[in-house]
Ligand binder design. Structure first.
Ligand SMILES: CC(C)(COP(=O)(O)OP(=O)(O)OC[C@H]1O[C@@H](n2cnc3c(N)ncnc32)[C@H](O)[C@@H]1OP(=O)(O)O)[C@@H](O)C(=O)NCCC(=O)NCCS
Length: 184
């Protein structure tokens, strides 16, 4: 498990999937805003769930997020589009509604930076989000991500094209938290 100050990032367990599916995926509006793909209903137990894991997929590192003190599942996090030639990847995360606004998101981004830069040896991490997703923007900026530009009308979200903000962080700019994050 990778550990931050408040969160642990561990492998996905089978019994995480129905919770993530109902609390994250089945919230159509949040899902449409957070994920560039069109929402459609997924049958419970389906292997087509975005939370189902293919351990052979090397370009995609999915985690379940747990509260470090209690071990309770609080969300999902991923390093996706891992490109070992250009040494880049993208960050994605979603917390259960009851876990939002408590500082977990900022800590999840910190742990994903540790995973990307230290464990995977990447050079650049990137986040795309909507301009009004203040919690995501601030979680990224608290970890040193800078706004690099706006992708105009890049996302179709619930009936309209909206802009996306592109944020990036380079390995040499990253300032890790002083404590060590350990694997176990
Ligand atoms: C985006 C998300 C991961 C952020 O995690 P979080 O735990 O809620 O964020 P934090 O509690 O760490 O807060 C980060 C900052 O955003 C602020 N913030 C939190 N919720 C906010 C809200 N609803 N509106 C405005 N600011 C907010 C916090 O005050 C904090 O800033 P501060 O430290 O300067 O005060 C989480 O809200 C979430 O899962 N949202 C739904 C899915 C989603 O949007 N995923 C990202 C898709 S790109």
């Amino acid at each position: 498990m990778l550990k931050g100050d408040k969160v642990g990032l561990r492998a996905r367990h089978d019994d995480d999937i129905p919770i993530l599916q109902s609390e994250l995926y089945d919230d159509v509006v949040t899902q449409a805003r957070a994920n560039g793909r069109p929402w459609h209903p997924i049958t419970p137990g389906s292997k087509d769930s975005q939370f189902a894991v293919d351990d052979k997929e090397r370009g995609h590192a999915p985690f379940s997020v747990v509260d470090l003190d209690s071990g309770t599942l609080i969300g999902s996090a991923v390093l996706w589009g891992i490109d070992d030639h250009n040494r880049t990847a993208h960050i994605g995360l979603g917390l259960l509604p009851s876990a939002r606004g408590k500082g977990y998101g900022t800590d999840v981004v910190a742990v994903l930076c540790h995973y990307g830069f230290v464990v995977r040896g990447l050079h650049r991490l990137q986040i795309e989000t909507l301009p009004d997703n203040d919690a995501m923007l601030r979680s990224a900026e608290h970890n040193g991500f800078v706004r690099e530009g706006v992708l105009r009308s890049a996302a179709w979200v619930m009936g309209e094209f909206v802009d996306e903000v592109l944020l990036g962080l380079l390995a040499e700019e990253w300032k890790p938290a002083p404590k060590n994050r350990t694997g176990a």
